[in-house]
Design a protein. Structure first.
Length: 472
């Protein structure tokens, strides 16, 4: 018969040393508390459990515990067990702990683009989906999986993306990744193995994505841009200095990041024509495709040519980046190469989270959540526009028909000073210069890129007040 203490105890790593067992154990426990390795309130194993783990007499452990209780390092109460005393950590260790409230100078409001309101994560519905998914999951789902990801999620995504984004997807050619970054790492590996030259990117974008391609041994070449979006005709050589050797391009066509404009229809057609004529690949980052407010949604570029466009999507904006779930819809010819780059099993994406997201989508909970937060973000966007109209009427706001951020155009030469002033107001916000490619040839613009997804609802009014105080 298995004793209850053998299954309900807690593990504790401790190495008694010295001439006597009792003294060695007492010294080791005292040092673990003094150093902070055992935090105040930590429950220790029962004397019987620890004695068994260490191979010593139970009385020896009980006496060591008693000695440390007498010294004030531990507490022992009936029904509560033996714990590290609240006052056991020395003052020097206490001072190293982070303060409970923000220190002066630390950001109070976060307006950095790239994250949703994490407080809006649908915990209750997600938990229901997780329970249903775990209950119905086959045993094999808990093993080493298909490198493409769980078929349940790939099937759910194929249906959803076709309906909501106009993507032409077959579950066999969908590969699950742990976010867009992981997807770009895999695609960079494929390009490198093909011997491709530096891919083209947009003049303004995420340097994190450019760096991921650089780690794969690929530089990046920026395409020019204007008010209509990225000038994709540069790929064909129609512009001076055409990029005739490029065989891949990374775009955000539905809602350019960070400028916020959709790619003009003529330029969408131009990049697809280039891909067909050269055998090139278009990497379409549809990072916030579900969020649109004042216009009809712009369909995915992939729907026009699934043989040359890699569609990249993620749950990071619609749900939470901490889920680390993204997906690639691949041309059939590219799928084997991506799977080779990923490896023989799906080591990067947890099966249970994939099954939960599949259930969340097929049950309709995902659509309900997106519609709910879309209304919330639109209200925030409207409040931003109204506040600027009243307090900073000379600041032009662009890129607000969709997405989770806005671009605030500033007078020339003022961007750096406004960003510094924002820091003094406890406001964390990025200037547009942060997103400019270091080889871009377009004229620089002064602007702020304001993300309105991150602050919780109760903090939005305060964030707007702080923002308006720093604008010219």
């Amino acid at each position: 018969m298995v004793k209850p203490w053998a299954t309900y105890g807690v593990d504790l790593h401790v190495e008694p040393s010295g001439s006597g067992v009792r003294k060695g154990l007492t010294d080791a426990l005292r040092e673990a508390v003094r150093s902070g390795r055992l935090a105040p309130g930590t429950r220790l194993p029962s004397s019987r459990s620890l004695a068994t783990d260490l191979g010593i007499a139970r009385n020896t452990v009980a006496e060591a515990y008693s000695d440390l209780v007498a010294e004030g390092w531990l507490t022992a109460r009936q029904g509560s067990g033996t714990r590290v005393a609240d006052g056991a950590v020395p003052q020097s260790a206490r001072r190293r702990r982070p303060p409970p409230h923000p220190e002066p100078g630390r950001p109070v409001y976060d307006l950095i683009p790239g994250s949703p309101d994490l407080a809006s994560f649908p915990r209750t519905e997600w938990l229901k989906a997780a329970r249903r998914a775990l209950t119905s999951a086959p045993h094999e789902a808990l093993g080493y999986g298909d490198p493409r990801g769980r078929v349940e999620l790939r099937t759910a995504l194929a249906v959803y993306l076709a309906r909501a984004r106009g993507v032409r997807a077959d579950p066999e050619h969908i590969v699950i990744a742990s976010g867009i970054s992981h997807a770009l790492m895999l695609l960079g590996t494929v390009l490198r193995r093909r011997g491709a030259q530096a891919p083209a990117v947009e003049s303004y974008g995420l340097d994190a994505h450019w760096k991921l391609l650089a780690r794969a041994g690929l530089g990046t070449v920026p395409l020019p841009c204007d008010e209509l979006g990225t000038r994709t005709e540069a790929l064909t050589g129609d512009l001076t200095g055409g990029l005739s050797g490029v065989r891949a391009v990374l775009l955000t066509p539905a809602h350019q990041f960070p400028m916020g404009v959709p790619l003009h229809p003529d330029r969408r057609a131009a990049v697809l024509d280039w891909a067909r004529r050269t055998g090139g690949l278009v990497f379409e980052d549809d990072y916030d495709g579900e969020f649109r407010y004042d216009r009809q949604p712009v369909g995915a570029l992939q729907g026009l040519d699934p043989d040359h466009v890699v569609y990249l999507g993620t749950a990071s904006k619609s749900l939470a980046p901490g889920l680390r779930l993204g997906w690639m819809v691949l041309p059939p010819s590219l799928t084997p190469e991506v799977l080779t780059a990923k490896g023989g099993t799906d080591w990067s994406c947890g099966a249970l989270d994939q099954l939960t997201l599949a259930e969340f989508i097929t049950s309709g909970a995902y659509d309900r959540h997106v519609r709910s937060v879309r209304l919330r973000y639109r209200r925030r966007r409207d409040a931003l526009v109204d506040a600027l109209r009243e307090h900073a009427p000379d600041v032009r706001v662009t890129g607000i028909a969709a997405g989770l951020h806005a671009v605030l155009r500033l007078p020339p030469g003022t961007e750096a000073s406004v960003v510094r002033a924002a820091a003094w107001q406890g406001l964390e916000v990025h200037g547009l210069a942060r997103y400019r490619h270091d080889r871009a040839t377009v004229d620089p613009l002064d602007a702020l890129v304001v993300g309105y997804g991150t602050p919780p609802d109760h903090a939005w009014a305060g964030a707007l007040d702080a923002l308006c105080r720093v604008l010219p």
